[in-house]
Design a protein around this ligand. Structure first.
Ligand code: PEP
Ligand code: MN
Length: 336
């Protein structure tokens, strides 16, 4: 349930409404909004009687929330959430691009890629230091050494860094180095990790589980927001289907569906969605046309030598070309 207050309601009246909600054993969560102050009612089991609140001073209306997710829903918050990182804003209609290697491999590799993606206009640098690999025998990432290299690349280029956290155990460590924390597809429903991310002061990129319904994905985001972290960016990265011509199937239609259901920004990762370079390029263009709130692309200076995801990593020159085209497409189509 959402309690909408009159414009300009005094602080004391807002507090009185909060007290009335809490007195009934529910949690009251003030929701930021333009000129509309609202209070979300959480932790109710079953429906709440609107009559308890309708007569209170300052209350304009009481809206029942029909969705199982609350804090992430547009019913709760009509305005887009804006997630600001460095010079980038996710959710304001612009198209910030996150680019970099799948994994941090060496100083030379990372600094070279960081320099070229910055030059091409990327707003954030990505790179995994802890890698979720299907095989325990594959490269698992450089760990803290990789995080230090990301810091070094940030110093050198000024680009904020995005890196993945795999578990609660290493959360503090990753949080100390990352500007944005990524929760990967395999961890989308790792609820203890989501709760820990909800206590973080860092923005979180929450990738869609490889077979997750929109509702399950939003519920995962709800875990993070419920703990108090409102800076959540959703990332579509392809879902598993019957096809064999690409690694996954990029679910383009989920972007407008997310925007209808949620105020959270949603970005697209065409790299993990397709798994092959020649598909990444047109899918990146499509992402720019779609009204996505950002794009994440893997780039490598020597893809043929990459320790992971070389086949889907763009050469720096290709990335620069994709950036030019995405910007041109975004200018034409806009994002309303
Ligand atoms: C990644 O972005 O490094 C990654 C492992 O992606 P995903 O979780 O989407 O597979
Ligand atoms: Mn990868």
């Amino acid at each position: 349930m959402l309690i909408v207050l009159e414009k300009g309601t005094a602080e004391a009246q807002i507090q009185a409404v909060i007290n009335a909600v809490e007195k009934r054993g529910y949690e009251a969560r003030p929701i930021p909004g333009g000129d509309r102050v609202s209070i979300g009612v959480l932790h109710n089991k079953g429906s709440v009687d609107a009559g308890h609140f309708l007569g209170l001073e300052g209350v304009k209306e009481v809206i029942p929330v029909t969705k199982p997710y609350k804090l992430v829903s547009r019913e709760f918050q009509q305005e887009n959430t804006l997630v600001k990182v460095g010079n980038a804003v996710f959710g304001d209609g612009s198209l910030p691009v996150i680019a970099g290697p799948c994994a941090v491999e060496s100083e030379e590799q990372l600094l070279s890629i960081a320099g070229s993606v910055k030059e091409a206009g990327a707003s954030l640098l990505r790179g995994g230091a802890f890698k979720p690999r299907t095989s325990p025998y594959s490269f698992q990432g450089m760990g803290e050494e990789g995080l230090k290299l990301l810091s070094r690349a940030r110093e050198e280029t000024g680009l904020p860094v995005v890196t993945e956290v795999l578990d609660v155990e290493n959360f503090d460590l990753v949080e100390a180095y990352a500007d944005v924390i990524q929760i990967g597809t395999r961890n989308m429903q790792n609820f203890s990790l989501l709760r820990r991310a909800g206590k973080s002061h860092r923005p979180v990129i929450l990738k869609r589980g490889m077979s997750a319904l929109l509702q399950e994905w939003l519920m995962a985001a709800e875990y993070i927001m419920e703990e108090g972290n409102c800076n959540v960016i959703l990332c579509e990265r392809g879902v598993r289907t019957f096809v064999r011509h690409s690694r996954n199937t990029l679910d383009l239609s989920v972007v407008p569906a997310v925007k209808k259901e949620s105020h959270l920004p949603v970005i697209v990762d065409p790299s993990h969605a397709s798994g092959v370079r020649d598909q990444v390029i047109p899918l990146a263009h499509a992402s720019a046309a779609l009204g996505a709130d950002g794009v994440m692309i893997e780039v490598h200076n020597k893809p043929e030598e990459a320790v992971s995801d070389g086949a889907q990593s763009l050469y720096p020159g290709q990335f620069a070309d994709v950036m030019r085209k995405m910007n041109a497409i975004h200018t034409i189509v806009g994002n309303s």
